[in-house]
Design a protein around this ligand. Structure first.
Ligand code: CO8
Length: 240
């Protein structure tokens, strides 16, 4: 919420975001969390260049880690965190969107990693997550050219899950509503299986899936979900 600076991620903003994510993690009620930038012009236009320009190498490394730690705060929510991208998601802003589990863009969204134009590289996970999400060649093109891409191209390469008419926040809330209808424990287990599994070799990832699959059979949720199917009625998951 720093619209006059296009929500550039200075230290104070990063700390405030972490505090909000921790509050969301402690609140059992939400089925999903939506992260949006204030002002309608930007999700976030990157790390704060004025603040960053003053850093020496060791401070810059520490700043990079501070930003990277936002990803742990996002995963600690334990429920899907959706980035609602209106306008610019550049540099650290694009990286913040990449840390989220899903991305919804409006037609005016612009994604990019312009760091090389400033003589630096992404430091909030962009070199790693972008390549994992869209593939090495596409990621390298975004990094090496530095020019932003529009919402349609972001959708085409899998960077945006959806491009919606109207505002990204409404689109993200609609997606959150869809997610709120599935089994909440199943959703949580899917997040764990995919996020942790991607860091593991395939065999270990499949082991993780089997364990989580087994665990879903210990809860009421799958009894209700399968019973509802057989009784031809909508499921009534706890907390709905
Ligand atoms: N940092 C600080 N201030 C910013 C930033 C930013 N990233 N982006 C915009 N602003 C400020 C502008 O300075 C301006 O402030 P003021 O009104 O006081 O002059 C205000 O926001 C509005 O911006 P503009 O007037 O520039 O708005 P335009 O509509 O003309 O242009 C752009 C919009 C094209 C988005 C333009 O603002 C721009 O190019 N911004 C910078 C984008 C960029 O290069 N982002 C990458 C930053 S580097 C990064 O994110 C690295 C991340 C990893 C760090 C790792 C640790 C070291």
């Amino acid at each position: 919420n720093r619209p006059d600076k296009l929500n550039a991620l200075d230290r104070a903003t990063i700390a405030a975001l972490k505090a909000e994510l921790a509050a969301a993690a402690d609140d059992p009620a939400p089925r999903a969390v939506v992260l949006a930038g204030a002002g309608g012009k930007a999700f976030a236009a990157g790390a704060d260049i004025a603040e960053m320009a003053r850093l020496g190498p060791a401070e810059a490394e520490a700043y990079s880690r501070e930003g990277q730690a936002l990803a742990q705060a996002i995963d600690a929510v334990g429920r899907p965190v959706i980035a609602a991208v209106d306008g610019y998601a550049l540099g650290g802003g694009c990286e913040l969107a990449l840390m989220c589990h899903l991305r919804v863009a409006s037609a005016k969204a612009r994604f990019g990693q312009p760091e090389t134009k400033l003589g630096l590289i992404p430091g909030f996970g962009g070199t790693q997550r972008l390549a994992r999400l869209v593939g090495e060649g596409r990621a390298l093109e975004l990094l090496l050219v530095g020019a932003p891409i529009d919402a349609a191209r972001a959708f085409e390469i899998g960077l945006a899950n959806r491009v919606v008419e109207g505002g990204a926040l409404d689109g993200a809330l609609a997606l959150a509503d869809e997610i709120a209808a599935v089994g909440p424990e199943a959703a949580r287990a899917c997040l764990r299986a995919v996020r942790e599994g991607l860091r593991l070799p395939l065999g270990a990832g499949l082991e993780l899936e089997a364990r989580l699959f087994g665990q879903t059979f210990a809860g009421d949720e799958m009894r209700e979900g399968t019973a509802a199917f057989m009784e031809k009625r909508p499921p009534r998951f706890a907390g709905r």
